[in-house]
Design a protein around this ligand. Sequence first.
Ligand code: PMV
Length: 360
Amino acid sequence: MTEKDFMPSAYSFMPDSGSFTWRSPSNIALVKYWGKREEQLPANPSVSFTLDACATTTTLSYEKRKTPASGFSFELLFEGRSREDFKPKINGFFKRIESFLPFLRHYDFTIETSNSFPHSSGIASSASGMSALALCLMSMEREMCPDMADNDFTRKASFLARLGSGSACRSVEGKLVVWGDHPEIEGSTDLYGIRYPDGVNPVFETYQDTILLVDKGEKQVSSSAGHGLMHGHPFAERRFAQAGENLSELRRIFREGDLKAFTEIVESEALTLHAMMMTSRPYFILMRPGTLEVIRKIWDFRRETGSNMCFTLDAGANVHVLYPEAEKTRVLEFINNELVVYCENEHYICDRIGFGARKL
Ligand code: PMV
């Protein structure tokens, strides 16, 4: 497939008004996407667990205009309040996707969006937010193309979400999603996320993710700036190749449920992501002292108890603690006894692997 395949033929019908609501989850990458080319194409393949509890709910209401707007016409309400400061991002998104959704200038939109997690929690909402909006827009397009197959709907929703925020393309479906071309994974592509198509041991089907909110502040470096710093980065090429190799190894690990090897790959990916940040020019550190303390405690606990709990990080200080459901009681007890002190206001979020976005 190419980008051109996502351009619709002329619409036979355009509805006057209506609204759609989607709830779309966040996701946590096991093999990280860090570095991109051209229009949000990944420099390496990645794979993520789709989450369940951390999600954005978006309602898109639309009314047909008498004449097409010169720019894009939309109001944006975040958690019930008008947010002018969020508008440039949506405007940029509309610009990028306009050739794939040529109806955009023909409508006045109201976008009402809210998150299940607190806004200032250091949890990125771009993956859940952009995928929820892309899905609402696709529901609208489906009204104009009622014969659209489910597969085409999902694929294009992921494709559009990617143009909003790369990792958002991995939030449309569950439970494990691959984005980026990988020679051993059939159907994998840089254009959109696909459900991981190969064997997965049942242990991963109910994996838990407890997110420790070590620092709820705004990120010091946006992820787009971070991706940008991979251009000309001295280790970039090796890193991009390593991501592909790690994904190859994960195929066996997913199939066999080899949790020791899983831990090694996942933790190495998290630390490599941060190592890339620490070795770019300019360099930066997103981990906080609490992040390192948590990692050390997790390693100690694993050594002492033989637990399969491991950690991963996204582009921030918060720690995602991943573990099999069978260890839930023991791990939560450990978190409550040993790790909450490193969380801002002792705040953490219990999440788990989920099924993907849902129309409400
Ligand atoms: O989707 P973006 O541009 O916000 O980039 C996300 C990058 C990481 O979260 C650090 C890794 C990933 O694969 O999700």
